[in-house]
Design a protein around this ligand. Structure first.
Ligand code: ADP
Ligand code: GLC
Length: 495
């Protein structure tokens, strides 16, 4: 199969969250199964620098750009062909791909990503003269949502798959923005891109794609309900026969405690006792007292309401009642939360360390060092940090939602006995429920050390590599190719 994989970020070129991890590893896993996969991203400065040498392979005249858009070709890793869409007036900006340095959305995001979508559609119709027609375009999140809508009216179009990584981010703009983009007026319809009199990018993916996936089976069910459907649950229910949850995998070449170049002491399931050296090293690095018996809790993530960091701060007073307990936090985002983390660490310097910023290597060292990883997300489409934690023998404490529910097995007397337990799971995103799970972890830590190692090693032995998920995607690609969906607007008499 020939697949064009479209995303707005991909590790190691540019990353704000888990989408980048997926876009950097899933296409390679599919290519590894013998398919012709190519990745397309906007030409952000970081992406250009990290993927050079690049060759200009085409110029495309597109609505929305006075100058022709250049297509630059390079590689991600040794094998994966990469196209960068070079429109300097829209993408030649340092820093975060979506926001200004003050954290607000770029005011021209609709122009930026509609042009990106037009370029992807043109590439996939072989209009850039590259002599390559993909069988399927795999779109990811709202930044690529217009692609299925653009392609829906094309003759001999490729199939389209739209993956929802997070339905909370929809790319919604006003009517005037829709008008300014010279889009087909027929798209302005409740069956099309209109969403409560606004213009929704994500509806392009949800309404027009041949198939829809999201990143865990539980989240696929949750988004069909009002609680997590954000008003799109009706459309998703309507398309439920073409909606599937496929759990994300992780890249075990990048996240392997036996080979990770960012950590001081390598270890695996058979040498689990060596993990503690990473704790001692991190304690020294972050100025915490060096104590191998301290139970170290960690959290890494975007500081947004979704992730429930406020719940962690609320249970902290209880945690600090316990001797020998340390907490390490790494994150950036909401400035109020950033301040709270720093204040908390300042008030308890021998117990809490907080690092504000984005630091990939430190994230690896935290995963390697901690005993427990806190992930009290209010919702979590898949979540990758609990998977990295499992791999690094760091016992996850998670809210039973989305991908967290699908990947962590709660430690109960029964699951401990049959060695299926991998973490501590709680049922409500409230501080009292989180606190009870933390208490269970504290209690379990005080039991014979072999109990803890057995739990951690059972997490390490889980297989969350891309192997089976990549196979699942191939089955869905084939279904989308064999059985294209009808354009939702044609039944309305719109060509
Ligand atoms: P989301 O995509 O919602 O942010 P995921 O758990 O799927 O959540 O993925 C988050 C990814 O981003 C992980 O690879 C995590 O390690 C990384 N990450 C998030 N915040 C930071 C940070 N401040 N420093 C380093 N890595 C981070
Ligand atoms: C999103 C979700 C996260 C998921 C990631 C990759 O950002 O919030 O749960 O793991 O995408 O699919």
């Amino acid at each position: 199969m020939k697949i064009l994989f479209a995303a707005s970020e991909a590790q190691p070129l540019i990353k704000t969250g888990g989408l980048a991890d997926v876009a950097g590893s899933l296409p390679q896993a599919i290519a590894g199964l013998g398919h012709d996969v190519r990745l397309v991203l906007p030409a952000y400065p970081a992406a250009v620098e990290k993927s050079s040498p690049l060759v200009e392979v085409a110029k495309l005249a597109l609505p929305g750009s006075a100058d022709p858009v250049r297509i630059l070709e390079g590689h991600l890793g040794p094998q994966l062909p990469l196209y960068l869409i070079d429109a300097p007036h829209l993408f030649d900006r340092r820093g975060n791909p979506y926001t200004t340095s003050a954290g607000t959305d770029w005011p021209d995001n609709a122009q930026r990503f509609s042009l990106f979508c037009r370029a992807i559609a043109a590439l996939s119709m072989n209009r850039a003269g590259l002599g390559w027609n993909p069988d399927l375009v795999h779109c990811n999140d709202w930044q690529t949502g217009l692609v299925p809508a653009f392609l829906a009216t094309e003759e001999n179009r490729p199939a389209t798959l739209f993956t929802i990584h997070n339905l909370a981010y929809q790319g919604v703009f006003d009517r005037a923005t829709f008008d300014s983009l010279n889009l087909d007026p027929a798209l302005w319809s409740p069956q099309g891109l209109e969403f409560h009199r606004n213009f929704s990018f994500i509806k392009g993916g949800l309404a027009f794609s041949d198939w829809i996936t999201t990143v865990s089976p539980t989240y696929a069910r949750e988004i069909c309900t009002p609680a997590l459907g954000y008003g799109l649950e009706g459309l998703l229910q309507h398309r439920v026969t073409r909606l599937q949850g496929v759990l994300n995998g992780i890249d075990y070449l990048l996240w392997d405690p036996a080979t990770d170049p960012s950590i001081v002491q390598h270890f695996d399931q058979t040498t689990f006792e060596r993990k503690v050296s990473n704790k001692l090293a991190l304690q020294q690095e972050l100025g915490l007292p060096q104590n191998e018996d301290a139970q170290m809790f960690g959290h890494i993530g975007r500081l947004v309401e979704q992730k429930g960091v406020d719940l962690i701060l609320n249970v902290l007073p209880g945690m600090l009642q316990r001797p020998d307990l340390q907490l390490v936090l790494l994150g950036s985002g909401d400035s109020g939360l950033e301040r709270s983390l720093l204040q908390t660490a300042g008030a308890h310097p021998s117990r809490v360390a907080a690092v504000i910023g984005y630091d990939e290597q430190l994230a690896h060292r935290i995963e390697a060092a901690c005993d427990c990883f806190l992930m009290p997300s209010r919702f979590e489409p898949c979540g990758l940090n609990q998977l990295y934690s499992l791999r690094y023998g760091t016992v996850p404490i998670v809210h039973r939602t989305g991908g967290l529910a699908d990947t962590v097995v709660d430690a109960t007397p029964k699951s401990l006995l049959n060695a299926s337990a991998t973490g501590f799971v709680f049922d409500y995103p409230h501080e009292s429920a989180l606190w009870r799970a933390v208490e269970r972890a504290i209690d379990f830590w005080s039991r014979p050390k072999s109990w803890w190692s057995k739990l951690a090693i059972s997490g390490m032995s889980q297989d969350f590599s891309w192997d089976s998920s990549a196979q699942n995607y191939l089955v869905i690609y084939q279904k989308a190719i064999d059985d294209p969906a009808q354009n939702p607007l044609t039944g309305l008499g719109i060509p």
